[in-house]
Design a protein around this ligand. Structure first.
Ligand code: 6R9
Length: 684
């Protein structure tokens, strides 16, 4: 690495080489590369070629690591798919006819073949530092079997949908695995959603059971999950859908802070069952339901910026293999590593990187209930030090929220256990990338910027930590089995250096199989625009070295005087200003330009907006993109509306920019108080 910067450098400043970062490649550190599964780009290329040219052989080898109760019957194709809507219905199946069980694989089979029964599966860390406990693989298996038996005793059977509305506690993992064990289909609804959103999902999934908890702490605030669930069940009833059971984990009494709360049981209604009561007399043994490789494993609703949320359906064997392999390769997971993913389990990142991927590899995960800045911004450092975390996986928004604090208190913590740092969810700006690399990784840990979607099941464009030289802000190259292409407006392939719509040409094991209950919508959304391809809905660029750079959702594009700009591009320019911690750009109508840019800017802690900062921000954008991109308006914000998975809700910002106050469905918003502050008259 030629770049020389130290921790106190003003990395966003004018004279700093940060703007050159995008062109630089950071080689994998030798301490990682020398021991990694994939140690060079040559190795990667050889494996990649096999994965796309002979998927049957490549994935066949991976399948051998798993337990199948029955192999695929003779004559069935290993892979079968159609991506061309003009040729018939879109479909994909893999290993159809083989029988397996994901829960059996990640627990029983792993305990047997790897001898990991006594290893910790989950370290649970509460919002308060003195609330924590751990559970081994053996214990997890017992808990899962007991709850699986309890579900069966309530009449839940193969194919039934179970909605999970819980905080980040071990019972969420237990519930998911218990469903998988009996062949029921789980649908985790993020614990920050409103009663209406929960009801919408319960109805869409035609769920018979909801598993929830009494409540959860977010910082100092208690979220009354059970009350919200009750409301949702009522809303379901009004719309003619009967939820039969509401199972409640009594989580709050386990917490130290509970003493401060009025102790009142929330198990009251006729549908309510205490989780603890119903597992009390259950057997520790539950014979798994052997399901077809293509039977559904879960439904996960995407937060969908427009329209009704989509129930993304994932199936059994393909998802299990893709989750296991991406986790192992992308993080170069080795036995003994401790993995921490900060995402909520109600997000695909949580499903794949906190439950199925790590457990399929027999890994130890940290499940943290709190927020990264509680009780102070040094919390992530405390957690890393406490559990000796080897790999951390977070989102650019978390990184940016930490960047604004000074480094010194963090440096008191020993975080030398870290090996690989991951990010996902949105394009990461080079400054955040560099901060992550330097301040958290001490320049010793490769950054894996993983591009993926709820729909893709696991990372699709990603570096491999021992092999890929990384460029800050680029997700780099395709994972095994993924064949990306860039297409122009007319569907022509953009060869070599260029920009276009990102599509995937071949099926891969972890891809969604349908939108639950609406296959036509699945075909329309992902396959109509470019027949023959899976359409991601994202734009991307390929540079002269073949690196892929995600430019953001194509619906986040704007057209200023005929120039197509991506909001991500403008935001990246603004974020280069040393005083800015977060930025979001949205289009507003403009009488002359068609559209113009309205930018929301959050400054670093303690700074106030003044004319000279506005001028400098404008200059940055002009310098980086051109005068055409100069913001029409800069709106100083205290915070930005985000989903719990950290995505800025630009849909809401567009409305604020247009002076509208009806924001539609805001149930996916993590913190509603941000809105009130934003709609106050904006300061210039
Ligand atoms: C995993 C996840 C998917 C959308 C996706 C894209 C954006 C995700 C990214 C990224 C740039 C990355 N996205 N990872 N953009 N670089 N590394 O986030 O799933 O919630 O379904 O969101 O997130 O726009 O299309 P999901």
């Amino acid at each position: 690495m030629a770049l020389k910067l130290n921790k106190e450098d003003n990395i966003g400043g004018q004279d700093n080489p940060v703007s050159r970062l995008r062109e630089m490649a950071f080689k994998p550190p030798k301490r990682i590369a020398n021991y990694a599964y994939v140690q060079s780009m040559d190795d990667y290329e050889a494996m990649y070629e096999l994965s796309v040219n002979d998927p049957e052989k490549f994935w066949g080898q991976i399948a051998e690591e798993f337990y199948f109760e029955r192999d695929q019957p003779e004559g069935e194709p290993f892979f079968h798919y159609n991506f061309d809507i003009t040729q018939g219905p879109i479909c994909f199946n893999m290993l159809k006819g083989a029988k397996t069980n994901v829960c059996y694989n990640v627990l029983d089979w792993n305990i047997q073949r790897r001898g990991i029964g006594k290893n910790i599966a989950i370290h649970w860390e509460g919002s308060e530092t003195d609330d924590h406990w751990s559970i081994t693989y053996d214990e997890l298996l017992v808990e899962v079997c007991r709850f699986a038996n309890a579900l069966k005793s309530l009449g839940v059977k193969k194919g039934d949908r179970v909605v999970v509305y819980m905080p980040m506690i071990a019972e969420i993992t237990i519930t998911m695995l218990a469903c998988a064990r009996i062949g029921a289909v789980h649908s985790v609804v993020f614990g920050g959603y409103s009663a209406e959103s929960l009801a919408g999902r319960l109805i869409d999934a035609k769920a018979v059971v909801v598993v929830t908890a009494d409540g959860a702490f977010r910082g100092d605030k208690v979220i009354p999950l059970k009350e919200i669930t009750d409301k949702a069940i009522q809303l379901c009833l009004e719309q003619g859908h009967n939820v039969e059971h509401s199972i409640v984990v009594e989580h709050l009494p386990r917490l130290k802070k509970y003493e401060l709360m009025g102790k009142k049981s929330c198990i009251q209604g006729p549908l309510d069952k205490s989780y603890h009561d119903i597992i009390a007399n259950q057997s520790d043994i539950c014979v798994p339901e052997w399901v077809d490789a293509e039977d559904p494993l879960f439904i996960l609703y995407t937060s969908g910026s427009t329209g009704k949320p989509k129930g993304v359906l994932h199936t059994t064997a393909g998802y299990m293999m893709y989750a296991a392999l991406t986790f192992k390769m992308v993080f170069d997971y080795k036995p003994g590593d401790v993995f921490w993913c900060t995402a909520d389990i109600g997000w695909i990142t949580g499903h794949t990187m906190m439950v199925y991927g790590p457990l399929a590899n027999g890994a130890t995960v940290v499940l943290y209930e709190g927020t990264p800045l509680y009780p102070s911004y040094t919390r992530p450092w405390t957690v890393i030090e406490k559990y000796k975390i080897s790999q951390i996986f977070t989102a650019p928004t978390v990184i940016r929220s930490l960047m604004k604090f000074r480094n010194s208190p963090m440096l008191r913590h020993d975080i030398s256990s870290l090996k690989v740092l991951g990010t996902a969810g949105e394009p990461i700006n080079p400054e955040a990338w560099l901060w992550y690399f330097q301040t958290l990784g001490g320049t010793k840990c490769p950054i894996v910027d993983t591009y993926w979607q709820t729909e893709t099941g696991g990372p699709c464009i990603t570096p491999l930590p021992g092999a890929t030289p990384t460029k800050p802000g680029s997700a780099t190259f395709p994972f095994f089995g993924i064949v990306p292409e860039l297409l122009d407006e007319d569907g022509h392939v953009v060869e070599g250096e260029g920009e276009g719509y990102l599509v995937f040409k071949q099926a891969w094991p972890g891809m969604m199989r349908t939108v639950y209950g609406d296959h036509a919508r699945f075909e329309e959304t992902y396959f109509r625009r470019f027949p023959g391809y899976y359409y991601t809905g994202d734009g991307a660029k390929r540079d002269s070295d073949g690196y892929i750079w995600i430019t953001g959702r194509v619906d986040d594009m704007l057209n200023v005087s005929g120039h197509l700009l991506s909001t991500a591009q403008v935001e990246a320019a603004i974020l280069e200003h040393k005083c800015v911690s977060e930025a979001a750009a949205v289009p507003i109508e403009h009488p002359v330009k068609g559209e113009a840019l309205y930018c929301f800017v959050v400054l670093n802690e303690g700074l106030e907006m003044n004319k000279s900062i506005i001028g400098e921000i404008n200059d940055k954008v002009r310098d980086k993109i051109g005068p055409i991109a100069t913001p029409e308006k800069i709106h100083l914000a205290q915070g930005l509306p985000k989903t719990r998975s950290g995505k800025i809700m630009r849909r809401i910002l567009r409305k604020i920019a247009a002076g509208e106050t009806d924001f539609g469905d805001i149930s996916t918003l993590a913190d509603e108080s941000v809105l009130a502050a934003l709609i106050k008259p904006a300061k210039q």
